[in-house]
Design a binder for this molecule. Sequence first.
Ligand code: SAM
Length: 221
Amino acid sequence: MGPAANSGKETLLARKTMVEEQIAARGVKDRRILDAFLEVPRHRFVEEYLKYKAYEDYPLSIGYGQTISQPYMVALMTEALAPKPTDRILEIGTGSGYQAAILSRLCARVFSIERIAALASRARKTLDELGYFNVSIRIGDGTLGWPTEAPFDGIIVTAGAPRVPEALLSQLVEGGRLVIPVGETGIQDLKRYTVSRDGVREESLGGCRFVRLIGKDGWQE
Ligand code: SAM
């Protein structure tokens, strides 16, 4: 997308290219997920001076030392979460609101927690402007989950955790999925935990790199 690319036609073309070359070409094939990426205007979730890079194949700064993740990473985590139209999903790390917007197209309700108030209110404004009203945002420490809205069908953590916060696993329904990067600062393993009657199944989905999950059951500030 060029610097002047703000017309609807140009951004739609940029989204099509992003979906084909960065997401579908790397193996994400679920039509509902690809359609959500075609629908959500990613350039609305980045600051004005970065809009011309909104559809590029990398993360971008959203201020406060935080980032909007690379489109492919958002797609990979969304696929791993496998949201169904009736699902209630919890996201930890609202950031720009982009991942929440994608999820809002794929499930019934999205609950999202962000620890930085300024990011939470900017995300709220963007989501309201776009009419994505099935997203609820709360300011707080997401490592504790959202007990009053639990249980959830899926939980997605978009910051790197030193370990799996216990509260999150306990707030999932049977069959619920937790997608979370776990590891050291600067390099983590993307994990999916699936809760069943017999226990919790753990899968590794590959390496990733996220900003730190800071909180009571995360990294210390
Ligand atoms: N999902 C976001 C998006 O689509 O733009 C990207 C999130 S960014 C990679 C990680 C976010 O997690 C940051 O906004 C950061 O402030 C937030 N964060 C870190 N620790 C947190 C915690 N304990 N609770 C809630 N948010 C947290």
